[in-house]
Design a protein around this ligand. Structure first.
Ligand code: GUN
Length: 281
């Protein structure tokens, strides 16, 4: 069984990015990191992203807003970041506090600085196979498979979860030309989830329900990517019952240390991409 080590792979990517930033001979990339509200998970993610910026040589420009911030104030901050010359990328951490519409805020981000790939223009570009910012979690998952030389080309891929930031864009990247998987999308209303999962050569799970995928739901030799992470009484758990599923899998990601660090590495990669474009490198 191959353990798909996202932590180590991500560290390698950060080192590569750091070398390209250090050798550029111009101002460093700048990433606006906007956290609105006090969601504890978001606070942890944002800290991890700021730490990764430090490893790459990206300057994080952090904004922490109280949960009661009016939407108009957040929009004004985003517009300011859009015009600032020292900011190449804008990260608006989700979820936003109640009373703030995520669609309105994401739409306000300059698509050329939308390093999360959440702006509808980049969502459309990704879906059409045009150049643009790819959403970080799906891009990180594909990059992890690529670096382990596990190609889903021609294979049956099952994506469990249909969120805008993971399930939908992951499915769309998997069936595009060059990746070439045959894709099934399952979700909370799917009848016969176990039957669908058992068909998968590549199984991607992003439901946010701890250990819902058990060994009886996968076939021998499957490649499993677990994108869920939940805090349980027993600690952090993925959507996959690792102990039993890893006995049948050809390759599997751990939680934590799988898809999560790869997401952050892709955010850094998108930020460097945005900076290079603006610097004409
Ligand atoms: N919330 C959960 N995942 C993400 C992510 O990848 N980016 C942002 N901005 N917010 C998130």
């Amino acid at each position: 069984m191959i353990l798909l080590n996202g932590k180590e792979t991500a560290q390698g990517i950060l080192r590569e990015l750091s070398a390209s930033v250090a050798s550029a001979g111009c101002r460093p990339p700048g990433l606006a990191v906007i956290l609105a509200g006090e969601d504890p998970a978001s606070q942890i993610y944002v800290r991890a992203k700021e730490r990764a910026c430090g490893e790459v040589g990206i300057v994080p420009v952090s904004f922490t807003l109280p949960a009661a911030t009016p939407q108009s104030e957040l929009l004004a901050l985003i517009r300011d970041c859009n015009t600032r010359q020292d900011i190449d990328g804008i990260l608006l951490q989700l979820p936003l506090p109640l009373g703030i519409e995520p669609e309105t805020c994401l739409l306000a981000i300059d698509p050329g600085k939308d390093v999360d790939g959440f702006h509808p223009e980049n969502v459309g570009r990704c879906s059409l196979g045009l150049p643009g910012f790819m959403p970080c979690t799906p891009a990180g998952v594909l990059e992890l498979l690529r670096r382990y030389q596990l190609s889903p080309s021609g294979k049956k891929a099952v994506v469990v979860g249909r969120s805008n930031i993971v399930g939908k864009p992951l499915a769309s990247l998997l069936y595009r030309q060059g990746v070439d998987a045959t894709v099934t999308i399952c979700h909370s209303k799917t009848q016969g989830l176990a039957r669908e999962c058992c068909e998968a050569d590549f199984l991607f799970v992003a439901m946010g329900r701890p250990e819902i995928i058990t060994a009886d739901m996968v076939k021998e030799g499957v490649v499993v990517v677990d994108i869920g992470i939940s805090r349980t009484a027993d600690g952090l758990r993925g959507d996959v019952d690792f102990a039993s599923v890893s006995l049948k899998a050809r390759a599997i990601t751990p939680v934590p240390g799988g898809a999560g660090p790869m997401t952050i590495a892709m955010l850094m990669q998108n930020t460097v991409q945005a900076w290079k474009k603006r610097m004409n490198i």
